[in-house]
Design a protein around this ligand. Structure first.
Ligand code: LMR
Length: 397
């Protein structure tokens, strides 16, 4: 029956992470997957998450199915986090929000919804983008294209070319945008560029689709929602898929949400209905444990302030690692400009290393990064950063 199946080549990020785990070398360094590790190289369990779980255990509640759209408490908390509790779109009921299976689940539900209700629409994503963006939308039957984004010559954004490409898109095109901490480059739009982009999006009849997976890792929790709020303030209709995997360090809980900001409350009600139908056809309903953690951490003041402090500490540790990596590389390769390590935001940096250099780093030095040259800066720590910088300097001509 299945002899004709093609072998799965594996996912470039997840397979590399598995290869890292199997590598017996004691001084190996994992810069492959987008996971935050602490200075001891462990995935932290935040105290606010432990406290939320302890409360849930003490309450001893049953575990019924959640509604298709997820927990009401979590959905409300997500809207307040992303848009602000007093935002007119929230107050007017113009936002359809669902708790989803991570933000990946949200992205896929949104892609399926687009295929069904805007069947002619095609999707444009940044060049480059997270590989799975293409896979998910193509998997939903939506054709995928790219718009110019990263400029290897300057290490910045090709903003003029990006604007030009978006200004020529057919009506109802879906424009996928990284709200902060661009994956894989770490290169974000400035606030001024976001404002320019939003006025362009307003002129075009396109559907922006924001991916907000690294909230808090750029400039701060509210600061990283800047693009989301700007689009909402401008009256645009758009999607935003957001994740708590990184910001609450709850990767395996699959805690995320999908929001569709609509033109009216009536439209949002229709949209919620059809998004629910999409979820029911996919995985029926999301998980109750993820909802319990996220809603408690976001809404109970002591947990919320502990979380905000933890996110700040994680962000600052990454920034410190960026500085150490930069300092050692500058010392070892004088005359070269490594300033991009300092200007890029969030977990990721695009190193500009070639696939051959990446292979050397892995094989000779046990330093794992994906072959595009992306590193996860959160895999660096005080014990490995200098060694990693020396290995990188050794493969740079
Ligand atoms: C990454 O880009 O490494 C993360 O988003 C994890 C993943 O699922 O790819």
């Amino acid at each position: 029956m299945f002899q004709h199946l093609e072998p799965y080549a594996g996912d470039p990020i997840l397979s590399l992470n598995e290869a890292f785990l199997e590598d017996p070398r004691p001084h190996k360094v994992n810069l492959s997957i987008g996971i935050y590790f602490d200075d001891a190289g462990r995935i932290p369990v935040l105290q606010c998450v432990r406290d939320a779980e302890a409360k849930m255990l003490a309450e001893g509640g049953a575990k019924p199915y959640l509604p298709i759209e997820g927990s009401p408490a979590m959905r409300e908390a997500v809207q307040h986090l992303l848009f602000g509790a007093g935002h007119p779109a929230v107050k007017a009921g113009r936002i359809a929000t669902l708790q989803t299976i991570g933000s990946s689940g949200g992205l896929k539900v949104g892609a399926d919804f687009i295929k069904r209700w805007l069947p002619e629409s095609q999707m444009w994503m940044s060049d480059p983008s997270w590989d799975n963006h293409r896979a998910m939308f193509e998997g939903a039957g939506v054709a995928v294209h790219t718009y110019p984004y990263y400029d290897p010559a300057t290490g910045g954004v090709r903003f003029d070319a990006m604007r030009e490409a978006i200004s020529r898109l057919p009506a109802r095109s879906v424009v996928l945008l990284h709200a902060c901490c661009h994956n894989p480059t770490g290169v974000d739009l400035s606030r001024e560029q976001w404002r320019e982009l939003v006025s362009l999006l307003q002129q075009r009849e396109v559907l922006p689709y924001l991916d907000l997976a690294y909230q808090g890792y750029g400039d701060g929790i509210a600061e990283d929602a800047y693009a989301v709020r700007l689009l909402a303030d401008s009256g645009l209709v758009f999607f935003v898929a957001n994740s708590f995997s990184k910001s609450m360090s709850v990767y395996g809980e699959r805690a995320g949400a999908l929001s569709l900001v609509c033109g009216s409350a009536a439209e949002a009600e229709l949209a919620l209905g059809q998004l629910k139908a999409t979820v029911r056809r996919n995985y029926s309903s999301p998980g109750i444990h993820a909802a319990g953690i996220v809603s408690r951490v976001l809404t109970e003041p002591p947990l919320r302030s502990a979380w905000e402090a933890d996110v700040a500490a994680m962000r600052e540790r990454i920034q410190a690692m960026r500085k150490s990596l930069h300092a050692t590389l500058c010392a070892m390769k004088p005359g070269r400009d490594f300033g991009y390590f300092l200007s890029q935001r969030g977990m990721f940096s695009y190193t500009g290393l070639s696939a051959a250099q990446v292979d050397r780093l892995r094989e000779e030095f046990g330093v794992y990064l994906i072959r595009s040259g992306r590193i996860c800066v959160a895999g660096l720590n005080t014990g490995n950063v200098e060694r990693t910088a020396r290995a990188m300097a050794a493969v740079i001509e």
